[in-house]
Design a protein around this ligand. Structure first.
Ligand SMILES: Cc1cc2nc3c(=O)[nH]c(=O)nc-3n(C[C@H](O)[C@H](O)[C@H](O)COP(=O)(O)OP(=O)(O)OC[C@H]3O[C@@H](n4cnc5c(N)ncnc54)[C@H](O)[C@@H]3O)c2cc1C
Length: 338
């Protein structure tokens, strides 16, 4: 309850529970600089989590507030490197967590013959992991060199490219559940990893993973890295974007459908469909997330009208009304994609 006898708002309840964080618990913290679109509003509450112990304390505190209700109301979120995120210009209610640098370690955990198990923290960047493992003479993670996300985001999205995806090398995922306050460890089979999806929900924070790579030739691995970086430079646009906006429908490519629906170069306000790759949206400096959303809706309608195919946004949407989300995320079946 408030001093005036009114019911405490969820943000106040979170603030009281996390009082021990002091001024590290930030209010109205702008998320635009933390997203590759460089657009969007603020988190009502935001914290960069220092280490495992602090995350455990936060999880216990949050689980005691919520009894599940903060989760049901969509008031808990984790962000990684914001490379697959569109945050509404009106911001995000509740608490947004981001794991800090202490979660970025990369270490060899074990070896058996040519197989090497590497432990990687969830805030490690995918290109760094790709380059470090290649330099160690390990092969199997080169595909990730051009994906500017974190390992945690890559698990949630089952990131992939160049014919590979994370689940092919993933052997274990360490998580903290903000609902129960518990830390746990899961095998990939428990996570329903599919094409750019998993069963990981907003209250489950990935803290680290184990991947199994093979001993190989570091020169060959580094040649492959250069090849991938060159391909990305030639085929994907730069600027402020969040990679592929829509997933590829079965047997087709979202880029081809968008292109042949006449959308290349289409602009709404500060957002434009890339001339280089039709499944990328680029945002002007100081652009608006609302423009990106409007453009996404427009593209869905044009592709539907031209091809009769309903596109599904790969981009994770934070802070948008359900009608906006429904307009760009066609239902995908049993695994929800919130
Ligand atoms: C230029 C460019 C190219 C790209 N190319 C590819 C590509 O080839 N293949 C591909 O798959 N993706 C690609 N992406 C998209 C993006 O980089 C990946 O989806 C990446 O894995 C997202 O990681 P992130 O840390 O940025 O996650 P965010 O964008 O910060 O978050 C994405 C989702 O992951 C969740 N999340 C983040 N961290 C955690 C965590 N620790 N625990 C639990 N959940 C978490 C968030 O809650 C959110 O639901 C590209 C993006 C860009 C900008």
């Amino acid at each position: 309850m408030n001093l005036d006898g009114g019911a405490e708002s969820p943000a106040d309840a979170i603030r009281s529970a996390l009082e021990f964080l002091g001024d590290r618990l930030l209010s109205d913290h702008s998320l635009a600089p933390l997203c590759t679109y460089r657009a969007g509003g603020a988190a009502e509450l935001f914290v960069v989590v220092g280490d495992d112990n602090e995350l455990a304390t936060i999880a216990r505190a949050i689980s005691s507030v919520s009894g599940g209700s903060l989760i049901e109301q969509g008031l808990l979120h984790t962000i990684g490197k914001g490379s697959n995120l569109l945050v509404s210009d009106r911001g995000v209610k509740g608490l947004v967590l981001q794991l800090g640098e202490s979660f970025a370690e990369i270490a060899i955990n074990g070896e058996s013959g040519d197989r090497v198990v590497v432990g990687v923290g969830a805030s490690a960047s995918l290109p760094v992991v790709a380059r470090r493992t290649a330099a160690m003479g390990l092969t199997g993670f080169e595909w990730a060199v051009g994906i500017p996300g974190s390992v945690g985001g890559a698990v949630r999205m089952n990131a992939g490219g160049h014919g590979s995806e994370l689940r092919e090398v993933l052997t274990r995922v360490h998580l903290v559940d903000l609902e129960s306050g518990e830390a746990m460890s899961m095998v990939p089979a428990q996570l329903q990893l599919g094409y750019r999806r998993s069963s990981i929900r907003a209250h489950q924070i990935v803290t680290g993973i184990e991947i199994e790579l093979e001993r190989g030739d570091s020169t060959e691995a580094e040649r492959r890295l250069s090849e991938i970086v060159k391909w990305r430079r030639e085929n994907q646009p730069g600027g402020a974007n969040a990679g592929s906006v829509f997933t590829n429908p079965p047997g087709d490519s979202a880029g081809r459908l968008i292109d042949t629906a006449g959308c290349k170069g289409l602009r709404i306000g500060t957002a434009q469909i890339s001339d280089k790759h039709a499944n990328f949206i680029q945002v002007d400096p100081d652009g608006k997330a609302d423009d990106v959303m409007a453009l996404m809706k427009d593209v869905v309608q044009r592709v539907e009208a031209t091809h009769g195919v309903t596109l599904h946004a790969e981009t994770v949407l934070l802070g948008f009304p359900p009608a906006d989300v429904a307009a760009v995320k066609a239902p995908l079946g049993e695994v929800s994609d919130d």
